[in-house]
Ligand binder design. Sequence first.
Ligand code: ZN
Length: 423
Amino acid sequence: MSDGVAPNLIAAVDEAKHWDRLMQMAAIGAIPDAEGKMVGVNRACLTPLDRQARRLIIGWAQALGMSVSVDEIGNLFFRHEGTDANAAPVLTGSHMDTQPNGGRFDGIWGVVAGLEAVQAIRDAGVATKRPIEVVAWTNEEGGRFAPGCMGSMAWAGFKPANTWDGVADPDGITFGDALKEHLAEEADIPRRPLGYQPYAYLEAHIEQGPRLEAEGYDIGVVTGIQGSRWFIVELTGETAHAGTAPLSMRKDAIQDMIRAINALNDLMADPTDVLRFTVGRIEVHPNTSNSVADKVRFTIDFRHPDKEVLILNGDAIENTIRTAVKNCDVKVTERFHALPVEFDPIVQNAVSKAASEQGLKQIDLPSGAFHDAQFVVPVCPTGMLFVPCFKGISHNPAEYSKPEELAKGVRVLAQALADLANQ
Ligand SMILES: [Zn+2]
């Protein structure tokens, strides 16, 4: 970016207007707290609330002269033209759906930030060679229809768009029917084909982790998304009377679970504190205070940004449990396995350069959570930028980022998009 352009662009991002728009969005599906203050958001995908939020942002985009289109899985696009209409566009955006007990910033911030970055580019009179498109991906959260990231997966060609037509929500409504109804409600919006080849994709998101806030950084330059492996462990022993069965004769599933988890903690010990290992759910049978448990089921969520560690430690989980357990039968099932993805230096550099030119404190870090961006990686150079969020809390009404933190993020996004759109 040439000297003199960045200050215009930075000045064109209006912190108060940006916050006001986010609060208008947060009112759609707002969850009141005990004092009646609207702090959380419950806006499930393909519901009337989702459509209301989409109509609001469509209005803002149209006021900017952006063209609007929707594809067959409901991904919504806004396009700002460049000077070369045939150049591959730079794509930005995120998602507008929330978790059932969600917050005001996860997802929606990246979509509104994308729109406002385009507005700043226009208001500052910055010409870009490439068009810039803002996308709102369908069903990132997977809260109503599992799995999440359906919109980005279908767009990127991971799965055909009709893969999840039969998936039902808790009320028995299928994704296919909800999508049909949704697209009928948006019949006035021009259709576009699924997928294309952007020049680059840059997604802005709240960190959903504690590092930026705790360590005093303004911007996270995201290096990739760590890999995950999820397991279910079932231990089967024998139930017995707590008052009569001698300890030496028991096959106590809870005691074996403790041995297994202790051994797993040793396996997963990491002095660098990068590895993430969680036993988040335990089911005990019969789960009574005066019986020896005959069955325990527990989950393992193991994540790491390094593929080697993910494979080595993940493959060692079953043997570690079998060696540690004394009396029970062991069954270990791996139910999810996603390798880490690495983001492209082109996008990371654009974010990093914008942050340093704006005098902001930045750090490189991997994403601990999943995002639509991971499915875009095979399609085009991809990256993300993070802004701090209060104590790293997300998927919760307590989710919070300060207006000035979000505005800094929009300014970096605007400059990085303008930079990429002139490459
Ligand atoms: Zn999100």
